[in-house]
Each structure stands twice: as structure tokens, then as C-alpha cells.
Design a protein around this ligand. Sequence first.
Ligand code: AMP
Ligand code: MG
Length: 354
Amino acid sequence: MTRILIVNPQAPEPDLIAEAAAVIRAGGLVAFPTETVYGLGANALDPEAVASIFVAKERPTEDPLIVHLASVDDLPRVVRQIPETARQLAQAFWPGPLTIIFPRHDDLPRGVTAGLDTVAVRVPSHPVAIALLQASGVPIAAPSANRFGFTSPTAARHVFTDLEGRIDMILDGGSPTIGVESTVLDISVLPARILRPGGVSREALQGVLGKVDVFDGTAAEVEKKPLPSPGMMSRHYAPRATLILFQGADTQAVIQRMRQEAELYLQQGERVGVLVAEEDQIAFTGSGAAVKSIGSAGDALQIARNLYAGLRGLDESGMDVILARDFGVEGLGLAILDRLQRAASRLVQVESSS
Ligand code: AMP
Ligand code: MG
């Protein structure tokens, strides 16, 4: 049975956190809110607890986990060396949504890193996550608390839908402030390379490191190269419905094309949902499509925060096809685009109309 404890997201109740920490120390699984998405946590130093994460999520064992720490001071427990660059980054971005790849500590269970010689680590900023880490006194390995391949959870309800009966506890601390996963950064190369865009933007990293590259997983997969980040296969974060992503610099043209495609699918008797910005909604009035607005197009944080709940919402209302638009590549836009691309079955590049 899965117990749900409702906690105050700003000031989590110590007695509730103590209960959750006891579950972690006993080798159990606790889902908890972070500033990115809900994580599914286990004691990172307990091989059996770590193995049970993979079972609960049905996650392939080749997909390594992120280790969460209460503080940068705990790094020596899980890594064998701390590069100067990592210290700078930790100073600038921890606690926060940046995951850094380190050489792994020899004592860390193999399962955490899927056999790799490196380990992904971050210090989260969410008060509930920090309280749980402090109270349990161990590093916590935690992937997103969803079934493998599906959309990451941004509400306790999402976790419950995916993992009820498979995990011991859910700490319900409301909605994460960012809504997409952490940025995964490889600092073993120069320039440093983003393996997964996320909550810390490329621009912000460049402010500290100078040039930062973005690894293009899709291209490497096409060439069948080994991936530097094993879990990053392209189809991921996906809803059940078929997602079609419309991209293009000319928003007007993108929306017009979406409206046309929506009509085609509707004529074929398909249930169509569109995932758009507030400003785009009017273009679909009377179209017969279910319209889901996830915020103002100019506010990437709002879009990121509502993205996964928007996808889940359309999925749960039984759509066959979901049409979505991109929101550029600046700031959080890059992470939003990355997740939409991974979730999409088809990409449509829309040329400018003029
Ligand atoms: P999740 O915990 O579901 O947000 O996913 C964590 C992701 O971080 C994995 O799917 C990997 O792609 C990436 N990752 C974790 N550990 C490593 C590592 N040692 N090297 C490169 N990428 C990693
Ligand atoms: Mg995940």
C-alpha cells in the first residue's frame, strides 16, 4: 500500500518528514516534491533499495539515476574527485536544478550509475527535498516518479496514478516551481556540454563557464554512436496519445498550420487536443479541438510549470492526437523544446508565410 502524507511545501512538518526519512533508511521508496518534478527516492548507498526503484518504475537498468545531496559538503560520500569547475558551478547554482556528472565513488552501488564510472549529482532547493535529505542522513537516488517513458509528474496525483501500490509513500507538497527536469551537465570535456537541457539555462551556465555546448542526442542516435548519457533515448516523456510538434519562427504560420491539421484529424473522427499558449487559444474557437492553454508564450517559466500537467490532462481526457507548438530556445524554452521533441511521434517544420 502507498501512504500519502500532505506536507507544507514551504515549512514541512518535522514529524511527517521523520516518518518519510525512516522509510528511506529502512530501504523503502518515497516519492517527494523537488523544484523540478516529483522524484522517486531511495537510499543511494543501499543496493537493494536502488534496485527497487527500477522495478517500481519499470525502468531499464542501463538508465543511471541522479543522486541527491543535502549539501555540497556531502559530495565526498558519492564522488571520488571534485573538479574546480564543479565547485564554481555548485557555488553558483546549488541548491538548484543543475545536475553535474562526477567520477563516481568506488563504494557507490553499481546500480545507481548503471555500471558507468561516473555519477550524476545535484543538491535540490525544494524545502521538502532538503528536509528529507537532512532527516534521512543518506544520499538519495531519485529519478522522476513516473512509469518509465511516460510524462514526469508535477503533482502528487500524477505519482499516485503511475506508481500506486508499487511504492511505500508519497509526500504531497503541491506543485514544483519549475516543472521540467534538471539540466544535466558534463564537465569532463571543454567546453562543458549540456547532456539534457533543464531548469538551469544554457545562458546562465555560460555566465559562469563561458562557452557551453549542447549535446544533440538525436543526431548521435541516427549515427548509432554510443550515447554519453545512456538514458537519453529520443522517445521519452511521452503521453499515450500521438503527439505532433509544430516548429517554426513564424508563430502565426505555425498556429494556422496546426488549425488546418486539427481539422483534418477531426474529419477522420479522431479526438484532437491542442497544447498552446493563452494567446493562441482564439485561433481554435469553434474548431472542435480540445484546447489546453499552458500559459503566456512570453513566460517560459509558466509554460514549463504547466507543460507536463497539460500533456497529462489532454491524455486523460482521451485524446487520440495532441498538436503542440514550440516556444523558442531561449532560457527554459530549450528544455521545453527538448521534452516536446522527445514526446513527439512527428515533427512538422513550418516555413514563414511571407
Ligand atoms: P531522471 O532521473 O529520470 O531525471 O533521469 C536522469 C538522467 O540523467 C538519466 O536518464 C541519464 O540520461 C542522466 N544521467 C544520469 N547519470 C548519468 C551519468 N553518469 N552520465 C551521463 N548521464 C547521466
Ligand atoms: Mg525520468
